[in-house]
Design a binder for this molecule. Structure first.
Ligand code: PRT
Ligand code: ZN
Length: 307
């Protein structure tokens, strides 16, 4: 039986459906995150719908542009999408008077980029007022429109779905508003970034209203697991022994760690201590801790936690 992927309106459901990008920058990290949350799927031949095996949570593989709309229509319950795309579609809905139909639930820590204004290298940037009357090419007309309005600037927005960077060279726009990560694309097109409109990252998006059926418990479990994975992403468990009189100094050297926990031990010797460190644990840091009195330092990767 092939599963239905139509919208189900107000019907009660007992499975969750998450939309992720089929291919592209967010596809692999989204899958990796959901796998780390304990989800697994049976891959279907059409590679559009993946039936959840470990849990009643299915995947829909789509274009990122479609994800906010799929949530709005109730076809999907959650989606992994760039904040840029989510905010653009939210702003576009607001512009035509539609109520909010999706919201950002968690920032996921990958797919980071910035939506920026970029001008020809030869221009001198004097601030937003300089944009009055100019033509700006972008794939984000709603976010740009809101920003221009907030600045009190009247400029024409030239909407392009791709290759925005070449618009100034082609003469179809004076400057652009586009996503930037390394900045190499701007450089290659003799453009320079001057103003950030949005700091973006991949987010978990969901509906504005809570579920009132069996999806509620599933959603709560999923969010808890996502939080668990995100919290531990850069965390390491640090274990060592130390004499009581060095503990205060060692704690001072670990400002990005949880309070030191003393493990049960015997007699008068050094204490056995452990802590979860949320910053980078480099060799240099370990050597510094050793000089301050830590003995037998061990750094352990942490896979999951319900803390
Ligand atoms: O097929 P589908 O529609 O699903 O994919 P897509 O081509 O629309 O999206 P994709 O895979 O390119 O990007 C998906 C999401 O990744 C975006 O919505 C952003 O949230 C995020 N992301 C992160 C980026 C970038 N970094 C990025 N650098 N998306 C696009 N770019 C482009 C940018 O538009 C520009 O053309 O990369 C170029 C600039 O890169 P730098 O490194 O030269 O600055
Ligand atoms: Zn897209």
């Amino acid at each position: 039986m092939s599963p239905s992927i139509s919208g189900t309106g107000g019907a009660k459901r007992d499975r969750l459906r998450i939309a992720i990008q089929k291919s592209g920058r967010l596809a692999e990290p989204a899958r990796a995150l959901l796998s780390a949350c304990g989800l697994s799927w049976r891959e279907s031949r059409d590679k559009l719908f993946c039936y959840g095996e470990s849990l009643p949570i299915d995947l829909l593989l789509v274009r990122d542009d479609d994800i906010p709309g799929l949530i709005a229509d109730g076809v999907c319950d959650f989606g992994v999408v760039g904040r840029n795309e989510l905010n653009e579609q939210a702003a576009a809905r607001a512009r035509i008077g539609l109520p909010p139909a999706f919201r950002e639930l968690r920032a996921l820590g990958f797919g980071g980029c910035r939506l920026m204004l970029a001008i020809p290298e030869s221009w001198e940037w004097q601030g937003p007022a300089q944009l009055q009357g100019l033509r700006i090419a972008t794939s984000y007309p709603a976010i740009l429109g809101e920003w221009l309005q907030a600045q009190g600037i009247q400029a024409s927005v030239v909407e392009l779905s791709g290759s925005v960077e070449i618009a100034p060279k082609l003469g179809t726009a004076d400057l652009i508003c586009d996503l930037v990560s390394s900045g190499a694309t701007l450089l290659a097109n003799q453009l320079k970034p001057v103003e950030t409109l949005l700091d973006s990252v991949a987010v978990l998006a969901g509906p504005v209203r809570d579920f009132d059926d069996e999806r509620a418990a599933l959603a709560e479990m999923l969010l808890r697991r996502v939080d668990g994975v995100l919290k531990l992403k850069d965390s390491k468990l640090l274990m060592f022994r130390a004499h009581r009189d060095t503990v205060a100094e060692l704690a001072r050297l670990l400002p990005d760690a949880d309070p030191l926990v003393q493990l049960p031990g015997e007699g008068e010797g050094p204490l056995s201590l452990q802590t979860m460190c949320h910053g980078a644990v480099t060799w240099q840091r370990l050597e510094e801790l050793e000089r301050a009195g830590a003995q037998g330092l061990m750094v352990l990767s942490v896979e999951r936690s319900l803390a």
